[in-house]
Design a protein around this ligand. Structure first.
Ligand code: PMP
Ligand code: GLN
Length: 383
């Protein structure tokens, strides 16, 4: 976690946003929207502050939010979740992931992930002194291979940590893969932990399927999500887990000494968001799908080979057709060359396993249409 100079290394996202700020380039690196989310949600936070919701909320999270999470799981997925015994509010999905891994992973326990992998997973596995066992996702479609999962999960596995829709590739897991993960978790006495922060940002008429809805999930699956992506409030850091009571309590035991509680006035605001009509969620997805297509077309016109993400904020563009073999170097030069920032895909891969990903870049399309159009123009001019 420390650099060679002994100082904390910035995350790849902080580094890329700093590069964008320093060069004035368009920031398609860090995944955050450049527009505010729904007015009702923002207004609810202002009202909560004005009405004095500014002190420590309850350790489990405010009842209004836990009830809203429960209703959301019922409305979208037909799941019954007890708001008092099966929900825990966390400081974003980031804390939910950290508290869950720290709760269950002991020294040497193995955690299976899909690689390329979101940066905090590897870091928290290391903090827990666990061993990271990756299942590779490979171009062009980044599909998860069931045989690779079978090979990765053993009696040493403590957690199978899945992420769908997936950051950075935008791939989604199909129900059969979720079923296999649950079956393997039963066989090897492991848990399935699912990071579903992009659950509402899915395209082309797809539906997100939580592992918690699949057979055998009860008591084996811990589901994690967050308000950041769904309501364009990434700075609020309101997330949650849902899980059977004994699992929820184990995560609570850690969470209470990480942050204790978080984000009091944002909790009723997120509750308001979770209760928005279906049309809000559908519109958010279709607006983002349009942005995906806009940026993908632009990247293709500029000469990249472009993946087709099923969900998330991100598209993977392979720069090999442009003669690029080292996307890390390319991404450092891109602000100068084209006034655009992207993240090399290798940033999501362990240094020993980077070879298949060397020429690819992750671009975020959760930006205003004008920004995406301008990025497409600049990339076309530069290549
Ligand atoms: N998991 C994934 C896959 C993410 O992409 C992100 C953030 N973009 C997080 C977790 C962290 O979510 P939060 O901001 O709610 O902590
Ligand atoms: N999840 C966001 C991304 O993938 C960034 C979050 C962060 O900066 N840690 O770009």
């Amino acid at each position: 976690l420390l650099g060679d100079d002994g100082r904390a290394r910035p995350t790849i996202f902080a580094e890329m946003s700093a590069l964008a700020a320093a060069t004035g380039a368009l920031n398609l690196g860090q995944g955050f929207p450049d527009e505010d989310g729904p007015a009702e949600v923002l207004e609810e936070a202002r009202a909560a502050i004005a009405s004095g919701i500014n002190q420590y909320p309850p350790g489990l999270g405010m009842p209004v939010l836990r009830e809203a999470v429960s209703s959301h799981q019922s409305r979208f997925y037909g799941l019954e979740v007890d708001p008092d015994r099966e929900v825990l509010v966390t400081a974003g999905a980031t804390e939910a992931l950290a508290a869950t891994l720290l709760a269950f992973v002991d020294r040497g326990d193995e955690v299976v992930t899909l690689e390329p992998v979101y940066d905090s997973y590897a870091a928290v596995i290391a903090l827990a002194a666990g061993r990271h066992v990756p299942v590779p996702l490979t171009a062009p479609d980044f599909r998860a291979d069931p045989d690779a999962l079978r090979a990765a999960v053993t009696d040493r596995t403590r957690i199978i940590l899945l992420n769908s829709p997936h950051n950075p590739t935008g791939a989604m897991l199909d129900p059969a893969f979720l079923d296999l993960a649950i079956e393997l978790a039963h066989r090897h006495d492991a848990l399935v932990v699912t990071d579903e922060v992009y659950e509402h940002l899915v395209f082309d008429g797809r539906r997100h399927v939580p592992a918690a809805t699949r057979p055998g999930a009860h008591g084996r699956v811990i589901s994690i999500s967050s308000a950041g992506k769904t309501f364009s409030t990434t700075g609020w850091k309101i997330g949650w887990i849902t899980a059977a009571p004994e699992l929820r309590d184990a995560v609570l035991a850690v969470k209470q000494f990480l942050t204790y509680v978080n984000g009091a006035p944002f909790q009723p605001a997120v509750a308001r968001g979770l209760a928005l009509p279906d049309s809000y969620f559908l519109d958010a997805a279709s607006t983002l799908q349009h942005k995906r297509d806009l940026l993908s077309d632009g990247l293709r016109a500029a000469g990249f080979t472009v993946s087709r993400p099923s969900g998330s904020y991100f598209v993977i563009a392979d720069a090999a057709p442009l003669g690029i073999t080292d996307a890390e170097r390319f991404c450092r030069l891109l602000p100068e060359l084209a006034g655009v920032v992207g993240v090399p895909l290798t940033a999501f891969v362990h240094p020993d396993r980077r070879a298949p990903y060397r020429s690819s870049v992750r671009f975020a399309f959760c930006k205003r249409v004008e920004v995406l159009e301008e990025a497409a123009r600049r990339l076309a001019d530069a290549t």
